[in-house]
Design a protein around this ligand. Structure first.
Ligand code: SF4
Length: 166
C-alpha cells in the first residue's frame, strides 16, 4: 500500500469508528452515513464504481484494520449470488426510503436509523472480514449493488449517445 493510500485508509478508519461510537451518544452523527450514501450516488452517476475505488471509508477501513487478523480465505462458492446481493440491496433501499418518509420530522430518530444501518452493516463487515478476507463485505455490500444497478442504467444511455455521435 502506498503512503497516500495508507493515510487515506487511516483517516477512513478514524471516520468509521468515530461515527460508530459517536452516533451512539449523538444521534445526529448518523447523518454522516446519509451523506456518505449521497456522495456514493453522485459519484456513481459521474463514474460507475468510482466511489468504491476512490472514496468509500468502510472498504478502506476494513481493509486496513482487519488485515492483521483476517483468515484471508476466499468466500465460499455461491455465497454472494446476484439474487442475494439484489435482495440485500432492495431490503436496504426499502428500509432507507420508508424510514426517511416515516421519520423526516424527527431528525434525531432519523439520525439514529442511519447510525444503526452503519453499525449493523459494520458488524457484518467485521465478521465476514475476520472469517474470510478483510474486505469480504464488499462482495455483498448493498451500496456496491446499487452502484452496479445505476451503472447498468447509465451504460445503455452512454452507448446510445456514442451511437448518435458516430
Ligand atoms: S463494496 Fe461497499 S464497502 Fe466495499 S468499497 Fe464499495 S461501497 Fe465500500
Amino acid at each position: 500500500m502506498t503512503r497516500p493510500a495508507r493515510i487515506q485508509a487511516l483517516i477512513s478508519l478514524i471516520f468509521v469508528v468515530s461515527v460508530a461510537v459517536g452516533g451512539f451518544f449523538i444521534p445526529y452523527i448518523g447523518f454522516a452515513v446519509a451523506l456518505v450514501m449521497l456522495v456514493a450516488l453522485i459519484m456513481t452517476l459521474i463514474k460507475p464504481r468510482s466511489f468504491c475505488t476512490y472514496a468509500c471509508p468502510r472498504g478502506k477501513a476494513l481493509g486496513l484494520a482487519l488485515k492483521p487478523f483476517s483468515r484471508g480465505k476466499p468466500l465460499p462458492k455461491g455465497f454472494a449470488t446476484a439474487g442475494t446481493r439484489r435482495a440485500l440491496c432492495g431490503f436496504m433501499m426499502v428500509c432507507v426510503i420508508s424510514s426517511i418518509v416515516r421519520l423526516f420530522q424527527i431528525p434525531a430518530a432519523l439520525g439514529t436509523f442511519f447510525w444503526s444501518v452503519c453499525v449493523i452493516s459494520l458488524l457484518g463487515g467485521v465478521a465476514l472480514g475476520l472469517l474470510y478476507r478483510p474486505r469480504a463485505w464488499c462482495a455483498v455490500c448493498p451500496m456496491a449493488t446499487l452502484q452496479e444497478t445505476i451503472g447498468g442504467f447509465r451504460r445503455p444511455a452512454a452507448t446510445q449517445a456514442a451511437g448518435e455521435k458516430s
